[in-house]
Ligand binder design. Structure first.
Ligand code: PHE
Length: 352
């Protein structure tokens, strides 16, 4: 019986030495020290021994078990250490390797210009008002003093969706909706940024979809001098402190008087060059005093249509509207509006 135990111990030790994984080692522990293991089997036979022999055999078998258990524990430590060093080796980072370049996006130049313009007007006390791209004819034209068949509708060739709905041709309908919501009570001081659509053949300076920012300030004593002051500060903010503006008479159905606003040429400073077609000026936006008809239709009391006989406050104000692409093209010297929409990375990367 002692022989058997010794043989088993020797065999077990050999196997423990050979095993290469923690799970294999655990199998060995179960195999040799578990309740159904061969050592246990041998020990069952101890009851047939004389008491003296049994004592000796008991001691020896306990020694064998302890030795095996120690060997297994030692091997376990060894395997765990090996595993950790392997893991450390595998996960070593060579900090001297050149890094992979991550491509970081940037603001699209149009969004950057919009953010800049919004910042300027927020600083002047304007709120931002938004609207929908599909608009009712009523708000896009009629309430802007452009009734059906008005010849000026031709200035804004439109994409109609059905008889009464179209893709907005400007962001002016937002101004009307804001005025309506104010229920005849000023002040209203907003800018309206957004996408707009017109049936145009796309070329270097035309796009069937473009962006606008329009502004509106209605109160009891707003004048065209305020308009000029705001736009001059605006032009200097966007194009530089040396720029000047001038107002030229123009026509829009929703403003009276109407003006076209030019900024002194950023290229030649006003001397005349190819960019400003030798005029020294670049057109940047349209503006004017809100037509009394427009204010009246939106529920505002005006000096022209005062039915209160001077009891109720009288409102007047100015509006302006600009194409964001045009502002960005002039600011950055971009020659073709299509660059904004063709997503050529070589173009976009320059504005990071
Ligand atoms: N809504 C005009 C356009 O898109 C721009 C404009 C706005 C002109 C306000 C004058 C006053 O053409």
């Amino acid at each position: 019986m002692l022989e058997q135990l010794k043989e088993l111990a020797a065999e077990a030790e050999k196997e423990i030495k050979r095993v290469g994984s923690l799970s294999g080692l655990n199998d060995l522990r179960v195999k040799y020290l578990g309740k159904k293991g061969p050592i246990q089997e041998v020990m069952k036979k101890m009851k047939d021994l004389s008491p003296d022999d049994r004592k000796v055999a008991g001691q020896i078998s306990n020694d064998v078990k302890r030795n095996l258990s120690d060997a297994i524990n030692a091997k376990k430590e060894e395997l765990e250490l090996a595993e950790i060093s392997k893991q450390l080796r595998d996960e070593t980072i060579d900090v001297t390797l050149p890094s992979k370049k991550t491509i970081i996006g940037g603001l699209h130049p149009l969004n950057a210009v919009i953010a800049d313009i919004e910042d300027f007007f927020i600083g002047m006390g304007y709120k931002i008002a938004l609207g929908t791209e599909v608009e009712e004819d009523h708000y896009n034209f009629e309430l802007l003093n452009l009734p059906q068949d008005h010849p000026a509708r031709d200035m804004q060739d439109s994409f109609y969706i059905d008889e009464h709905h179209l893709l907005r041709t400007h962001t002016s309908p937002i101004q009307i909706r804001t005025l309506e919501a104010a229920k005849g009570e000023g002040p209203v001081k907003i800018i309206c940024p957004g996408k707009t659509y017109r049936r145009d053949d796309d070329d270097a300076t035309h796009s069937h979809q473009f962006m606008q920012i329009e502004g509106l300030h209605v109160d009891q004593s707003v004048t065209i001098a305020d308009l000029k002051g705001v736009l001059e500060a605006f032009a200097k903010h966007i194009f530089g402190a040396k720029r000047q503006i001038r107002l030229r008479p123009s026509f829009f159905p929703f403003t009276e008087p109407s003006v076209e606003v030019d900024v002194s040429c950023s290229e030649c400073g006003g001397d005349g060059c190819s960019l400003c077609k030798q005029t020294g000026w670049l057109e940047i936006l349209g503006a004017g005093m809100v037509h009394p008809n427009v204010l009246k239709m939106s529920g505002f009391n005006t000096p022209e249509f005062d039915v209160s006989g001077g009891e109720a406050p009288r409102y007047q104000g100015f509006a302006f509207g600009m194409g964001v692409e045009r502002i960005a093209m002039l600011k950055y010297g971009i020659p073709d509006i299509r660059h904004f929409y063709t997503n050529d990375m070589r173009f976009l990367k320059q504005f990071k």
